[in-house]
Ligand binder design. Structure first.
Ligand SMILES: Cc1ncc(COP(=O)(O)O)c(C=O)c1O
Length: 366
């Protein structure tokens, strides 16, 4: 183990915290890196800026937005909830109506899951900011970027995001174990004002983290190996350039979507191209084909792990992740395994149809 109190440890820490901000696209505010998963960063965002009983505006359209709502309710927030069909994302007009009706600004925060990993749906975060601005509402904007930040466009500062959550195991291309949280100056100010009031917090306290991060250290044992990994991931991302990273994800995702379109009877869970995610595709299996059989077959027969259908998508859909350090050949491999497993499970698909459609796309290059 590297010594997390070594005299030169701050050189690693200071550089990391600055460079994560470049990926989040923020020049002010702060970044916290917790030895946790993304769920810890969710909790930190809530406990450091909100009080029990605060009203918050949220929407639920998949397993991860559902779990965030569940956390908010369990932590004592009064959740104004918009239910959305799974396949769509943050409902801008419903948010507008709720914010416009909230004349005394009792809603303290608006939550938005940028990329619902369960359904492969991306929401318009810039649109949420626009709705807040147009209704003149001062609520904090919370964004779950676990499966979007470092992969698809995310602009913390330009979009006026106040708290943005991610984790090491998705766009940052690392094993799980870091909860990463971007915090705006406005959210830091809210945290400072309420300091000792509000929700209890200890492990995830901003104050403790700030006090030690300012000296280049952590208030408890950080996941040093993962921090070294984060250094390598940031070097890769920043050397490529975030615009290129985003373009690469769009290019990879399109090949997967072309394959899905070529698979008879299969369909994206995303309810239209405007919702389709560039980091993960959730795919309905044809009528009568159990997605669990496809996933089990791909795993056992072709040594390929497809994502499972979560919650109400269990048995109806499987998922292909296409974020991080991938190339078209790897994706053609995954598509080939999915295609074979679909056929084995009873889908009436011409062998090679989806892979050929993806190849046609990838051969055009970017
Ligand atoms: C969109 C989204 N939010 C939150 C989480 C929870 O993060 P973690 O599992 O790292 O705690 C996940 C996990 O996959 C996710 O995809």
């Amino acid at each position: 183990m590297e010594d997390m109190r070594a005299p030169d440890f701050p050189e690693l820490v200071n550089g990391l915290l600055e460079d994560v901000k470049k990926v989040y696209r923020m020049s002010s505010g702060r970044v916290f890196v917790f030895p946790s998963s993304g769920t810890g960063a969710w909790e930190s965002a809530i406990t450091n800026t909100l009080d029990r009983g605060d009203r918050v505006l949220m929407s639920r359209f998949g397993q991860f937005s559902l779990l965030w709502v569940d956390m908010a309710q369990r932590m004592g927030l009064e959740v104004e909830l918009c239910e959305v069909d799974w396949g769509k994302g943050v409902p801008l007009e419903a948010y507008r109506a709720a914010l416009a009706a909230d004349k005394d600004h009792s809603i303290k925060a608006v939550f938005a899951t940028q990329n619902e990993t369960a359904t492969g749906v991306t929401s318009d975060i810039e649109g949420v900011r626009r709705v807040l601005d147009e209704t003149g509402h001062p609520a904090l904007l919370f964004v779950d970027g676990v499966s979007s930040i470092a992969s698809i466009p995310f602009e913390m500062e330009k979009w006026g995001v106040d708290l943005a959550v991610s984790g090491s195991q998705k766009g940052f291309m690392l094993p799980a174990g870091l909860g990463i949280l971007g915090v705006s100056d406005k959210a830091l100010e809210v945290n400072r004002r309420r300091n000792k009031a509000g929700m209890e917090r200890c492990y995830f306290s901003f104050e403790d983290m700030i006090a030690l991060n300012d000296t280049g250290y952590f208030p408890y044992t950080p996941a040093t190996q993962l921090l070294r990994g984060l250094r390598a991931a940031l070097d890769m991302l920043l050397a490529e350039g975030m615009e290129q990273v985003w373009a690469r994800h769009a290019y990879h995702a399109e090949g997967v979507r072309r394959a899905v379109a070529a698979w008879d009877g299969c369909e994206l869970v995303a309810a239209g191209p405007e919702w389709a995610s560039d980091t993960v595709s959730a795919i309905y299996t044809p009528e009568g084909v159990d997605a669990r059989d496809v996933i089990a077959g791909a795993y056992k027969k072709y040594q390929t792990s497809l994502g499972t259908g979560l919650n109400k998508l269990a048995g109806r859909a499987f998922r292909i992740g296409h974020l991080g350090s991938l190339n078209p050949v790897m994706l053609c491999g995954a598509l080939s395994a999915a295609e074979m497993a679909l056929i084995d499970a009873g889908a009436k698909i011409t062998p090679g149809a989806g892979v050929a459609a993806a190849q046609d796309h990838y051969r055009t290059g970017r």
